[in-house]
Design a protein around this ligand. Structure first.
Ligand code: NAP
Length: 327
């Protein structure tokens, strides 16, 4: 029996439906909408699309969203100056610096810029203060993609407490916060990466398998226990026809999309996994829409926190779900 589809688009719609009236109430109370400042440096086409989508969704949700654009040859000091201006702005509750920054800015540029964002405006949850709060299960602002995955699992009624969870990928933005969020919901969590020995054997112990590596169709049925829930975070733009033909049969919707556009966004999970998994998030339409919905939610949370509202940063256990850490 093919896997149940975990419909990220529908869950994202549900979250937006909750955020919009809360944004309207905040706006009525404060005389201004929650504000988001997005910093985009350079001309990376994928980043430009992501930012356009974020601006559009923010506007639809009633948020104020401003784009700060800098050219690819901008100096790190210029980016830091824009962040500082947004830090001081009363109109901006959230700040997002679109990754990646141009390579010419230097290896530690992202870290320096992310560290410069005020923790209470850090809607990407990347500031060390927010990461520390996440470790302690008392974060208000958590990275959008992994918190979106939790929303998807919980609202799809996938049991997490007591489950064995395997996260493939250990990045600061997805893998590590993902593992912590699952841990705080009482899963038994294993984190895998490029040096993990016998990855299929480890992955196939999972009741919940989250893949966030960016390798198209890497996770084959050999990685998946029958009936497991599989969440595919990976997104890779594939333009190699041979790869697409190997994965998607002629006449299928995905193959038709490739024929129209000449490229296709492919997840980490091989299509054959649908025959083994109990539930599976698709690409596209899985985690992607949730990332944006959680950005809207985080901006609202930051606005409420800054205005002394109920979700004040550092409050108790928002990242830990209803049960918290149990301590
Ligand atoms: P990243 O920073 O490049 O991290 C990739 C991780 O995957 C690393 O920890 C790496 O291990 C691991 N990895 C790479 N190849 C591997 C292999 N063959 N076996 C096991 N582990 C391997 O990427 P990221 O930012 O976390 O993003 C991961 C994927 O998610 C990308 O495809 C990205 O586009 C996608 N993404 C999607 C959304 C969305 O909204 N849908 C949001 C964010 C990210 P090492 O640490 O050992 O190098």
């Amino acid at each position: 029996m093919p896997a149940r589809v975990l419909d990220g688009a529908a869950v994202a719609q549900e979250i937006r439906g909750e955020v919009a009236p809360a944004v309207a109430a905040f706006t009525a109370r404060s005389g201004r909408p929650p504000g988001l400042g997005i910093v985009l440096v350079g001309e990376d086409p994928a980043s430009a699309i992501y930012v356009r989508n974020k601006l559009k969704s923010a506007g639809e949700a009633g948020l104020r969203a401003d784009l700060e654009r800098l050219s690819a040859d901008a100096r790190l000091e210029e980016v830091l100056a824009v962040v500082e201006r947004l830090n001081r702005s009363d109109a901006h509750d959230g700040i997002l610096v679109q990754s990646p920054l141009p390579a010419a800015m230097g290896a530690d540029a992202e870290r320096r810029v992310f560290d410069a964002v005020r923790p209470d405006k850090d809607v990407d949850g990347l500031h060390p203060v927010n990461v520390g709060r996440l470790v302690q299960n008392r974060a208000a602002l958590v990275a959008c993609t992994p918190s979106g995955v939790i929303e998807l699992l919980e609202r799809s009624k996938v049991p997490i407490a007591g489950a064995r969870a395997v996260v493939i990928g250990r990045s600061d933005i997805v893998g590590k916060p993902m593992a912590l969020l699952l841990l705080h919901r009482h899963a038994t969590v294993t984190i895998c990466h490029s040096r993990t020995a016998d990855l299929p054997a480890v992955a196939s112990t999972a009741d919940i398998l989250v893949s966030a590596i960016g390798r198209p169709a890497f996770v084959t049925p050999a990685f998946v226990k029958r009936g497991a829930t599989v969440v595919d975070v990976g997104t890779t733009q594939v333009s190699d026809r041979a790869v697409v033909e190997r994965l998607f049969p002629a006449g299928s919707k995905r193959r038709d999309a490739f024929e129209r556009r000449g490229s296709l966004v492919v997840g980490d999970v091989h299509p054959d996994v649908a025959d083994v998994a109990g539930a599976l998030s698709p690409v596209p339409g899985g985690v992607g829409p949730l990332t944006i919905a959680m950005l809207l939610k985080n901006t609202l949370t930051a606005a409420l926190g800054r205005s002394g509202g109920p979700d004040r940063s550092g409050g108790s256990g928002r990242s830990g779900g209803p049960g918290g850490s149990g301590r």
